[in-house]
Every structure is written in structure tokens, then in C-alpha cells.
Design a protein around this ligand. Structure first.
Ligand code: C6P
Length: 412
């Protein structure tokens, strides 16, 4: 089956809106995605038929809620091809997952003088936690350079992974450049030097098939809301050997076996890390989102996004005054397209787009070191997803033309 975007779009109630007298074209999917009726229904159904606290009660609703919550974990396991559900931790999102790691993994493996390796294309969520860890431990945060067209400089990466490197933490797909990094190869290099591999999969898992065992990364983080699921639910995958070794970051109910006056013992995996009442409805919504994506097929979703990029990149290159960032070869990227128009401020561009009913993001995209590296203050960014149609892609090009016309008229 290939993707029928027109039909899919009808599953998303929010997308049938008129915005500024124009049919809404939502191209801010890297920030967050919209939710299909199937996900909304799953959440409502949970609250209407099964809501109770999990793992605690013996009553029927508690058993039902627990079964659905743990069922969601199994759905995630299957989706990312983890070996066992014990390796799938529910978190609030990518940011929480990476913060947990910088705390717990950081304490376990990093000492003064050690190095943590990231890159210039990381999102703040995959920079600041490591920055804080480096400060705490008097370790060094080292950055992999980028090539001129915005790819990871692999020669530099290889050279910078040394015996001193304890953690390599890299994004699978850049939220600004859309570029896909060769995580499998990078993981091999990290492991060869005894470093732990952490992957920020926030912009990858929603858009392409991801097999954590094939990648062999030690940890892999992603967010539900970027893949049709509700906000407030995310995942931290970790290999059992590591999760067994690491201490939990949060403490309280749910995660304990026995609590004594001066000490406590932890539950087995994965619950050892999940303190407090978890986001049951979020997990169930995430499982419904995964069912929805799997019915389309992740290969199909990936192919469709690369086709959108292949369609748009030459069109954009042909428009005078438009600069697109990242590689020109669509096969190296997903459907994230950052651009600037002439000297226009990206916020003006995004406002002009909004007047056409087209939602794009403008700013530094939570990647200030990348902006500085590229000598930019900001970009506008269109990011496509499974429900975006050919007409949406054309409307995007049209919005660029209209924005150029509008501002040149205004300047004359
Ligand atoms: N990027 C964007 O518009 P959270 O907020 O925890 O769900 O995800 C954080 C995050 C981590 N890594 C990458 C690569 C990301 O793109 C994001 C979120 C959004 O680009 C919001 S800033």
C-alpha cells in the first residue's frame, strides 16, 4: 500500500479548519503533529471504560488499566524492535529521556577529564543535559563538525571518538536540516572505543522504520507527540545490561519494592525507572498512534517524505532569493525543510505564510549552536508528515511566491 494522503487527512479533525480564510495547511510537524480520530478515540475510550491507577489495585478497572498500559509498552517494543518490554521506559518525552540519561548514565560512566561527544546539529535537549553533566564532573563536551552542506563530518566524528570518549550522543535526524545520520556506523565506532551510544530519535521514529537492535545503540529516545500521539508521553529505550546497571533518577511510589526508614529497594525493570502515577492515557494514545502508523507502513511513510523532499528541493532551488539549508540530495533527508527568503526575517515569512493558512515554524528551532555554526540568526522551517498532500506541497511553493511578492510590493 502506498500512502493516500487525501484519505488520511480526513482522519484528522483539526486539519479541516479554515485559517485566515484559507484551508489550513499544517507544515509544523517537526514541532508537533496532529492527532487522528483513532488516537483521540482510544484516549476517550480509556477514560470512559478503563481509567484507574496501574499496578496498584486489585479491582477490575485497575486490572484493565494495567493491562492496557503494559499492552502499550509491548506495542512500542514491537514498533522499535526492542528485545523485551523491560527495555522500554515510558517518560514525558525526548527531553526527559535525555535528562535521565545525563543524570544516571553520566554518574555511572563519566569522570573528570573524560569526554562526551555530541555534534553541532543537536537540539538543545541533546546539548544542555550533557553540558550540565560535563560541568558537574569536570568533563569535556566535544562537538563533531558539519560539512558545508550540513551533514555530519564523518571523518571528524571518527577522529573525535577516542579512548577518552565515554558517551556519544547524536541525533538520528536533525530537526533543522532534516539530514539523516548513519547511526549504525557511528555506534560501531563508539563501541570500538568503549563509549556508550545515545541516540536522540525525536525526528526519526515518526518518519522511518527504526530497529534499535539493528542500530545497536545503547539508548534511544523519542517523543509521542511528534508521531500522532498525545503530548506528555515519550520513550527511553535502553539495553537491559545498561538499565540494570543504572540508578533511577526519580523516586517515589510505583518504582519501589520495599521502603525502610533509611533505605529502599527498587522494582525490576522497567518499573524501577517509572516513579509516580504514569501517563496511562498517553501511553494508550501512543499505542493507538503506532497502530495507525503501522497500518500505513513506516517504509511507505519514509518513501513519501523523501518523495516530497525530492519534489520540493529543485523547485525551491529555482526560486530566486530562496536559500535551503542541508543537503540537496533528498535521499539523505526527511521532510524537514529549513529556508530563508532574501533578507526577510523568518518571523515575517512565517506570519505571511499564516495569512495564506500555511503553518510553518520560524526561529532558532531550539538549536542555537547550529544557527551560530551556520552563521544564521534564524530560519523558517516547513516540516511535512504523512497527511500532507501534493496540494500542500504546491501551496507551500505558492506561499513563498506570494510572500516574496507581498514584501517586494511593501518595500517599493
Ligand atoms: N523539537 C522542533 O520544533 P520534546 O520537546 O522533549 O518532545 O522533544 C525535544 C526534541 C529533541 N530532539 C529533537 C531532534 C527535537 O526536534 C526535539 C523537539 C521541536 O524542532 C520542538 S523545539
Amino acid at each position: 500500500m502506498t500512502v493516500n494522503e487525501e484519505k488520511l487527512k480526513q482522519d484528522f479533525p483539526i486539519l479541516s479548519q479554515i485559517v485566515n480564510d484559507e484551508p489550513l495547511v499544517y507544515l509544523d510537524n517537526a514541532a508537533t503533529t496532529q492527532k487522528p480520530r483513532q488516537v483521540l478515540d482510544a484516549v476517550v475510550q480509556y477514560y470512559e471504560t478503563a481509567n484507574a491507577n496501574v499496578h496498584r489495585g486489585v479491582h477490575t478497572l485497575a486490572a484493565r488499566a494495567t493491562e492496557q498500559y503494559e499492552g502499550a509498552r509491548e506495542t512500542v517494543r514491537r514498533f522499535i524492535h526492542a528485545e523485551e518490554t523491560a527495555e522500554v521506559l515510558f517518560t514525558r518525552g525526548t527531553t526527559t529521556s535525555l535528562n535521565w540519561l545525563a543524570q544516571s548514565l553520566g554518574d555511572a560512566v563519566v569522570e573528570a577529564g573524560d569526554e562526551i561527544l555530541i555534534s553541532y546539529m543537536e537540539h538543545h535537549s541533546n546539548i544542555i543535559p550533557w553540558q550540565q553533566l560535563a560541568k558537574r564532573k569536570q568533563a569535556k563536551l566535544v562537538y563533531i563538525e558539519l560539512t558545508k552542506d550540513g551533514q555530519l563530518d564523518l571523518a571528524d566524528a571518527k577522529a573525535k571518538i577516542t579512548e577518552k570518549t565515554k558517551i556519544v550522543a547524536l541525533t538520528h535526524v536533525s530537526n533543522v536540516l532534516g539530514v539523516i545520520n548513519p547511526i549504525k556506523e557511528l555506534t560501531k565506532w563508539a563501541h570500538a572505543k568503549g563509549a556508550v551510544m545515545v541516540v536522540d530519535g525525536a525526528q526519526a521514529v515518526p518518519h522511518m522504520p527504526v530497529d534499535v537492535q539493528a542500530l545497536d545503540a545503547d539508548f534511544y529516545a523519542f517523543s509521542g507527540h511528534k508521531m500522532l500521539a498525545p503530548t506528555g508521553i515519550g520513550v527511553l529505550y535502553g539495553k537491559r545490561v545498561w538499565l540494570e546497571r543504572l540508578a533511577p533518577v526519580e523516586f517515589g511510589g510505583e518504582m519501589i519494592d520495599f521502603v525502610y526508614e533509611q533505605d529502599s529497594t527498587w522494582k525490576e525493570l522497567p518499573w524501577k525507572f517509572e516513579a509516580g502515577t504514569p501517563n496511562m492515557s498517553g501511553a494508550i494514545g501512543l499505542a493507538a498512534a503506532i497502530d495507525y502508523l503501522e497500518a500505513i507502513g513506516m517504509e511507505n511513510i519514509f518513501a513519501q517524505e523523501q518523495a516530497v523532499a525530492a519534489y520540493l528541493l529543485p523547485k525551491l532551488a529555482a526560486i530566486d532569493g530562496v536559500t535551503v539549508y542541508g543537503p540537496k540530495d533528498a535521499s539523505l533527508r526527511t521532510g524537514v525543510i529549513s529556508f530563508n527568503i532574501d533578507e526577510l526575517h523568518p518571523h515575517d515569512v512565517a506570519t505571511a505564510f499564516d495569512m495564506e493558512g500555511v503553518a510553518v515554524r520560524a526561529g532558532h528551532h531550539c538549536a542555537q549552536p547550529l544557527m551560530r555554526y551556520m552563521d544564521l540568526a534564524a530560519t523558517a522551517r516547513a516540516s511535512f508528515y504523512v497527511y500532507n498532500t501534493q496540494a500542500d506541497a504546491d501551496k507551500f511553493i505558492d506561499a513563498i511566491q506570494k510572500t516574496k511578492e507581498f514584501f517586494s510590493y511593501g518595500l517599493n
